[in-house]
Design a protein. Structure first.
Length: 276
């Protein structure tokens, strides 16, 4: 705990700002039912009511409280994005490290499958699969996780292969370590820094990807609150000089910038370069 606190104090201002922002988003997402003044699906008044004491950010196209839906949207959007990234790393990370150890035909076959998947534009592929299988949350998470696992596989494989040729890995093999032990004790600790940075970047991409799918109508489905669909549902207000549709877009942008601040700091820290 002291080491974490010391790292935070030594971090640059941008990283501190990013960490504080991410923490604030997580608190809002976790305690959304307590913080939100109303339910995310409750219809309270007329459509597009103005900002007031009762409705601090007005109401949406169905008369639901915008502030409450923004708060619940944090939980839904961030939670689904985080689940998809974790699954993507479980698939791509483990496969990439195994291929780096096994090599040979395993590497050739799996790498060609990954190349084929990456050759298809991600948004087009996701739209096609979601149209066929439906847009339930488990399907959405699995489709995005599989698509993103190809990117995780490539960077994990490249990093692990650089470590796998080191002398200490060969020594581990000679003393009888199995593949699992070599991966856990020798390879994973030495590629953790780039993987953590990649986790942050992947989260940003997945987060934006979910928002884009929701904006197109194939992401998180109504009446569940989601920032992407909130922009779409209230877009007509822009014609009347109302900034309400920009609020969920601003929430997306702020979190993306905050995560990138932290990722930049992690990359700089792992590079060993001096801050001054």
């Amino acid at each position: 705990m002291q080491g974490i606190f010391r790292s935070f104090l030594e971090a640059p201002l941008s990283a501190k700002l990013g960490l504080v922002t991410i923490t604030a988003y997580l608190v809002v997402a976790i305690f959304a039912p307590i913080i939100a003044p109303y339910s995310e699906t409750e219809i309270l008044g007329g459509a597009y009511e103005l900002w007031s004491e009762k409705y601090p950010l007005g109401t949406d196209n169905l008369g639901r409280d915008m502030l409450s839906r923004l708060i619940f949207g944090a939980r839904n959007t961030i939670g689904i994005a985080l689940a998809a990234v974790v699954i993507a790393f479980a698939i791509g990370g483990v496969t990439g490290m195994l291929v780096a150890i096994l090599g040979g035909w395993y590497d050739t076959i799996i790498s060609r499958i990954v190349d084929a998947l990456m050759a298809i534009p991600g948004l087009v592929f996701a739209l096609l699969i979601l149209t066929i299988l439906g847009t339930s949350i488990p399907t959405l998470v699995l489709v995005i996780a599989v698509l993103d696992s190809t990117r995780v596989y490539r960077i994990t494989r490249a990093s692990a292969m650089n470590v796998a040729v080191m002398d200490f890995v060969e020594v581990a093999h000679l003393r009888g370590e199995g593949r699992g032990g070599v991966i856990r004790k020798e390879i994973l600790p030495n590629i953790m820094a780039p993987l953590l940075a990649e986790f942050g970047l992947r989260f940003c991409f997945v987060f934006l990807f979910i928002a884009a799918l929701s904006f197109l109508g194939l992401g998180i489905q109504p009446p569940t609150a989601d920032w992407g669909s909130m922009v779409r549902d209230n877009a007509t207000l822009i014609n009347y000089d109302d900034i309400t549709p920009l609020l969920p877009a601003a929430c997306i942008a702020v979190l993306t910038v905050a995560v990138n601040f932290v990722v930049d700091w992690l990359l700089h820290k792992s590079s060993g370069l001096r801050s001054d």
